[in-house]
Design a protein around this ligand. Structure first.
Ligand SMILES: Nc1nc2c(ncn2[C@@H]2O[C@H](COP(=O)(O)OP(=O)(O)O)[C@@H](O)[C@H]2O)c(=O)[nH]1
Ligand SMILES: [Mg+2]
Length: 236
């Protein structure tokens, strides 16, 4: 029997976190529910501690630093990463598991139009931006088709993470996802991307909360991808 962990980064998610962990507990599927609190100043900590989830505190502020800590701590061979903000559908985990025999890592994509629900924050700009940056990555590194560079919902084999972790630890901010993806592609990891449902967020967004924040993040991701590409060519 395969065992699965799930890693949840949390920065001030008091509106969501209890309900989210409770729904995972009800599933009774995960060997470990790992919640990484990233210096939350609201009630997130006490809410997490009231559940069966494993509580971790990441002092280094950043989405990437939180996810890294959770991935590093997970003890099972298969690790899901997800956000607790109500944007993802937990039942989608079964679509990932269906692919686990054939692939080492399975990436979710939030840009499939038929899966984007009303009021989900994936308007034309964010959707096009994600697809554009993903295609840049795909063609530069000549990878399997991808259409999202910001999706937290992923299934990662622990052994694949172990291969890249010494490099991955360098990125602590919100450009973590494309960096993780590039490192995995470089290691010739067997990867497939699958569409996931994308829903309206509960609580307030801390990363892509307006046009400027999304645009700046997009530019940072493009610069990271191009820099990584140039370095990998020079090193060859
Ligand atoms: N922005 C941000 N999010 C963090 C941080 N640490 C953990 N997170 C969590 O990372 C996830 C992504 O942030 P979110 O606000 O949903 O960004 P969005 O998906 O672009 O709307 C959420 O679950 C946050 O609680 C951090 O330092 N900054
Ligand atoms: Mg979110």
């Amino acid at each position: 029997m395969k065992e699965y962990s799930i890693v949840i980064p949390v920065f001030n998610e008091e509106e969501n976190i209890l309900q989210f962990i409770n729904s995972l507990e009800k599933l009774n599927f995960f060997k470990e529910i790992i919640v990484v609190d990233n210096n939350s100043t609201d009630k997130s900590k006490e809410l997490i501690l009231s559940t069966s989830a494993k509580y971790l505190h990441q002092k280094i502020q950043g989405y990437g630093a939180s996810l890294f800590m959770g991935l590093n701590e997970a003890k099972t061979d298969y690790i899901f990463t997800i956000e607790p903000d109500g944007t993802f559908e937990i039942d989608d985990i079964y679509n990932f598991i269906d692919k686990v025999e054939k692939y080492d890592c399975i990436f979710g994509t939030r840009t499939n139009k038929s899966k984007i629900e009303e009021f989900a924050k994936m308007g034309p700009f964010l959707r096009f931006g994600n697809i554009f940056v993903a295609k840049l990555l795909q063609f530069l590194f000549w990878t399997t088709p991808i259409s999202d560079v910001g999706c937290t919902f992923k299934l990662i084999r622990k052994s694949s993470f172990e291969k890249i972790k010494n490099q991955l630890i360098k990125i602590t901010n919100s450009t973590f996802q494309p960096y993780l993806m590039m490192l995995l592609f470089k290691e010739k990891t067997k990867i497939i991307e699958i569409p996931v449902k994308y829903k309206k967020r509960i609580g307030y967004s801390k990363i892509t909360y307006n046009f400027t924040s999304s645009f700046v993040l997009g530019i940072q991701m493009i610069m990271l991808i191009i820099k990584f590409y140039i370095i990998s060519k020079i090193k060859k």
